[in-house]
Write a protein that binds this ligand. Structure first.
Ligand SMILES: CC(C)(COP(=O)(O)OP(=O)(O)OC[C@H]1O[C@@H](n2cnc3c(N)ncnc32)[C@H](O)[C@@H]1OP(=O)(O)O)[C@@H](O)C(=O)NCCC(=O)NCCS
Length: 190
């Protein structure tokens, strides 16, 4: 179920984000700052503080309550955040689509965690949110993220020039999507 805690192996779990994650998210993002810099928007200094993360999480959780975003945290054996995965811009009606964004703590990268989390999120998006499609975009040379998407069944469908402001510049992006199902929309309340 969407609100469950999902074990991913080696003591790592995926669960919905809560306000209690603010301090460990700030610590993880601070630790991973240089690692993530080429692939992320420029952030204000407050982003790396517990208070800044509290503000960000309050916004994310309000968006979750409104059905616009579904935020998950990757957490270690002591329930500390070591990654984040968001389905953003959730759209229903005939589109039934969302945009996926993610990061994994530098100390946990390269162990298959993003791949495991994205696979699970695709299942939850199809079975619980009843989405038809997930989209993700990466800057042209983000090979690690492109590998994650390929391993999770995403297919490239285009290139968007100057798509997002990443690491100080408007960057071209490769666009990927995964179609989750082609069946009728059932159980949807929109
Ligand atoms: C992208 C990211 C989430 C991947 O997390 P992860 O847990 O390390 O991912 P996985 O271990 O599941 O898979 C990574 C794959 O990329 C490959 N990879 C990693 N770095 C690479 C590099 N520099 N060049 C080529 N391949 C690379 C790994 O070998 C692995 O592929 P494989 O299983 O075929 O060997 C993580 O690197 C990250 O947080 N990056 C910074 C933020 C970011 O880029 N977010 C995505 C924005 S689109």
């Amino acid at each position: 179920m969407i609100d469950d805690v999902h074990p991913l192996g080696a003591g790592i779990r995926l669960r919905p984000t809560t306000m209690a994650d603010a301090a460990s998210r700030a610590a993880s993002l601070t630790r991973s700052r240089a690692y993530m810099k080429p692939w992320e928007p420029e952030r204000p200094e407050s982003f790396y503080t517990e208070e800044g993360q509290r503000e960000r999480l309050a916004g994310l959780l309000a968006d979750r309550a409104a059905g616009r975003v579904m935020p998950w945290v990757l957490c270690d054996g002591e329930d500390r955040a070591v990654g984040g995965f968001n389905l953003n811009a959730v759209a229903l009606g005939p589109f039934r689509s969302a945009t996926l964004g993610y990061w994994v703590d530098v100390a946990h990268a390269g162990r298959g965690l993003a791949t495991a989390a994205v696979r699970l999120i695709c299942e939850l998006a199809r079975d619980e949110l009843r989405l038809h499609r997930i989209e993700a975009g990466t800057v042209l040379d983000n090979t690690a993220s492109q590998r994650v998407l390929a391993k999770c069944g995403f297919e490239e469908f285009g290139m968007a020039p100057a798509y997002l402001h990443i690491d100080g510049e408007w960057r071209d992006h490769r666009l990927f999507q995964r179609i989750l199902h082609d069946g009728p929309v059932t159980g949807a309340e929109d």
